[in-house]
Write a protein that binds this ligand. Structure first.
Ligand code: NDP
Ligand code: 8X3
Length: 251
């Protein structure tokens, strides 16, 4: 019987690549995001490999999160793996110049949204005494960088939640681990810079950043380990990147 995985933020970047990698390897998919047409396209693309159920909700809407997950069709109700991936940076401002809307978005999506989805999925894992949570953190959750302030805070929170989940769920035999990537070329910077594609493209110029598929390969490795093996906390960066602020560029 193939495993069922719920992936948040599956419409783009890292989440989409995880959906493609796991789907092509036979995992049944519950794909979440707000852009319905992208969810539908993925369902069409991966339908020949596995069963796919698109689930459209905003992770900030706690009631919608509960209702959508509780209302899954019978064949998708047992969730073996949850990938908490949805999230973004909004803005790259000095703390004194930061926008309250950006701060709300990052804390509401990256932290509270992750908690709402986890709250909707965890009870069934606790009851079955099995399950696997993968939290997508970031190097921004390990090291603060200039102007990273609130985004870094949100990812430090993911790091703390990852540790807290692992401790509290230990008694129930549930695997919990985080994957913390460095710079990955996705729509991330386009969102951070509010659609300014020139600015976004510059983030990835002059070196080879990670591709979303590189992170997806790791997630596939992590979920394919024997159950007694838990990859608890993994940091992955492009070879060109040494830390949040040190990237070797050959411009
Ligand atoms: P993308 O912008 O490409 O993808 C972000 C995903 O999150 C989209 O699928 C989007 O779906 C979803 N999302 C955003 N807001 C919401 C919301 N309110 N409700 C539901 N879904 C939402 O970025 P990445 O793939 O790069 O980012 C994925 C994760 O990886 C994030 O947690 C990010 O912090 C993390 N990360 C990214 C790195 C990078 O350099 N790119 C490095 C380290 C970590 P939709 O808009 O359809 O709702
Ligand atoms: C995304 C990577 O360095 O832009 O989490 O914060 S970084």
């Amino acid at each position: 019987m193939s495993k069922t995985v719920l992936i948040t933020g599956a419409t783009s970047g890292i989440g989409k690549a995880i959906a493609q990698k796991l789907g092509r390897n036979g995992f049944r998919l519950i794909l979440c995001g707000r852009r319905q047409e992208r969810l539908d396209a993925l369902q069409r693309e991966l339908g020949e490999f596995t069963q796919v159920h698109p689930l459209n909700f905003d992770v900030r809407e706690r009631d919608a999160v509960q209702e959508k997950i509780a209302g899954l069709p019978k064949e998708f109700q047992t969730i073996d793996i949850l990938v908490n991936n949805a999230g973004n940076a909004h803005g790259l401002d000095l703390i004194q110049d930061g926008s309250l809307d950006d701060w709300d978005a990052m804390l509401d999506i990256n932290v509270k949204g992750l908690l709402y989805v986890s709250k909707a999925v965890l009870p069934q894992m606790v009851e079955r005494k099995t399950g696997h949570i993968i939290n997508i953190g970031s190097t921004a959750g390990k090291e603060v960088y200039p102007r990273g302030n609130v985004y870094c805070a949100s990812k430090f929170a993911v790091d703390a939640i990852n540790q807290g989940m692992r401790i509290d769920l230990n008694a129930h035999g549930i695997r919990v681990g985080a994957i913390n990537p460095g710079l990955v070329q996705t729509e991330f910077s386009e969102v951070r810079f509010k659609g300014d594609t020139d600015k976004a493209d510059k983030v990835y110029q002059g070196y080879q950043p990670l591709k979303p598929e590189d992170v997806a390969d790791i997630v596939h490795f992590v979920v394919s380990r024997p159950y007694h093996v838990n990859i608890a906390d993994l940091v992955v960066m492009s070879t060109a990147q040494a830390s949040s602020t040190i990237v070797k560029k050959d411009l």
